[in-house]
Design a protein around this ligand. Structure first.
Ligand code: PLP
Length: 418
């Protein structure tokens, strides 16, 4: 049984070696952008199979940088699935773009091809063209990204994959090969979050990955105040170079601010932690998968009142969340009553997510929108505790408590365990 009580829905896993990695940076010469930033970015890009990884202060910043790098701005509309954290949509709004919310599959919460195509068709009817789509790898599993990417590319949309939940997830492409989320074979840019509840922790942290050199350059440029230090790109050669006939020397202090950027740099302190955690990602993901399998087996006894969310075919998720769907119309407790009763027994749960279009900011901007798939998912969803410090006894405790509160006997939850 884990020593952590109450059980949170998620939490970081920090060991002595993580503490040592951070302490080493604190004793060194670089606290801000130093060698650990470079090392982490190189390791992350390699781990995912992308050519470039640009670290930044958090996942929201990564999404915002993606918009800026792609030139998404006030003249544009982007498609965002409504079943996500608000940051996915907010990043586009921060860049000045309008958001068109797509519905999701009511059983998985994912925007699959039909929901994406419905959004495209509605936009066309409205006389509008989308500039980009933001598929979200909800809970750690992905939709059929290859099909969505093919459709997006056919329609001329940029693709920003929000993989904040899915570092470590792999999926099978149509040719049978397996690829890591973040490899950017089906996106222009893929973003991650390293918030402590996510699959690895950096304190706060995020990254944007790409295969495209020009996007990588722009992501890095917007992350650092819009500054360019590449002499070949200086616009003012006279100021940038000392004119020695035939052998112009770069002025060592010189740089140019070429666009309105931000300070979204991640520090060496954060990157030391993230790099050390990345080394444990395989182990973390395997442990989360084992816990999810235990949940699946034990929860089978609570069906059909409670069921895990639908699994994506051809996806091997590194689960960030263990979300279930509960038929509250048939349950003895409302969701609020269940959440409070679980909390009283040391089990913290969460709802992922309130559909973003329902938040007052978006309701005021776009009016009342009907997205029935997302509404059906939202009405039933609850995320149960899932973190690396948990063991199978914790899972059993959660399942048995759920069974008791939902009025289904202990026998049922034991039924399917061999
Ligand atoms: C789907 C999704 N996108 C983006 C973000 C933003 O990440 P961060 O908290 O690192 O800014 C989150 C964080 O919860 C998220 O869940």
């Amino acid at each position: 049984m884990s020593a952590v009580r109450p059980l949170p829905y998620s939490r970081h896993a920090i060991d002595e070696d993580d503490i040592a990695a951070v302490a080493e940076v604190l004793r060194g010469d670089w606290l801000t952008t130093g060698p650990k930033v470079h090392d982490f970015e190189a390791a992350l890009a390699q781990r995912c199979g992308a050519d470039f990884a640009i670290s930044c202060t958090n996942g929201t910043a990564a999404l915002h940088l993606a918009c800026l790098a792609l030139g998404i701005g006030p003249d544009h509309t982007v498609i965002v699935p409504t079943m996500t954290f608000a940051a996915t949509a907010n990043a586009a709004r921060l860049a000045g773009a309008e958001v068109f919310f797509a519905d999701c599959d009511p059983e998985s919460g994912l925007m699959q091809l039909p929901q994406f195509e419905a959004a495209l068709a509605q936009l066309k009817r409205d006389g509008c063209r989308a500039a980009a789509v933001f598929p979200v790898d909800l809970a750690g599993q992905c939709a059929d990204l290859e099909t969505i990417a093919a459709c997006a590319r056919h329609e001329g949309l940029a693709i920003v994959e929000d993989s904040c939940h899915a570092l470590g997830t792999r999926y099978q492409r149509h040719d049978g090969s397996w690829t890591a989320v973040g490899g950017c074979g089906d996106s222009d840019i893929t973003v991650f979050s390293f918030h402590p509840v996510k699959n690895i922790a950096a304190g706060e942290g995020g990254a944007a990955l790409t295969r495209q050199p020009d996007l990588a350059r722009r992501l890095a440029m917007f992350r650092n105040h819009g500054v360019n230090r590449e002499p070949a790109d200086f616009t003012d050669k006279e100021a940038g170079f000392e004119s020695a006939p035939g052998n112009p020397q770069v002025n060592p202090w010189y740089y140019e601010m070429t666009a309105l950027g931000l300070n979204y740099r991640l520090s060496d302190i954060n990157c030391a932690l993230a790099l050390n955690q990345l080394g444990k990602l395989e182990h973390f993901a395997a442990h989360r998968r084992r816990l999810a399998e235990r949940y699946d087996a034990r929860l089978a006894g609570l069906a059909p009142l409670l069921r895990p969310i639908q699994r994506s075919a051809h996806c091997r998720p590194a689960w960030h969340l263990y979300s279930v769907l509960i038929d509250f119309d048939a349950s003895p407790l409302s969701r609020g009553q269940l959440v409070r009763a679980l909390e009283a027994r040391g089990i913290r749960t969460q709802v992922h997510y309130i559909p973003v279009h329902r938040h007052p900011y978006y309701r005021d901007r776009y009016g009342a929108i009907s997205l029935p798939g997302a509404e059906a998912y939202y009405r039933r969803t609850l995320s149960l505790p899932l973190f690396v410090g948990m063991d199978e006894d914790d899972v059993d405790y959660v399942v048995e408590t759920l069974g008791e509160l939902l009025g289904i006997g202990a026998e049922a939850t034991r039924k399917r365990v061999s």
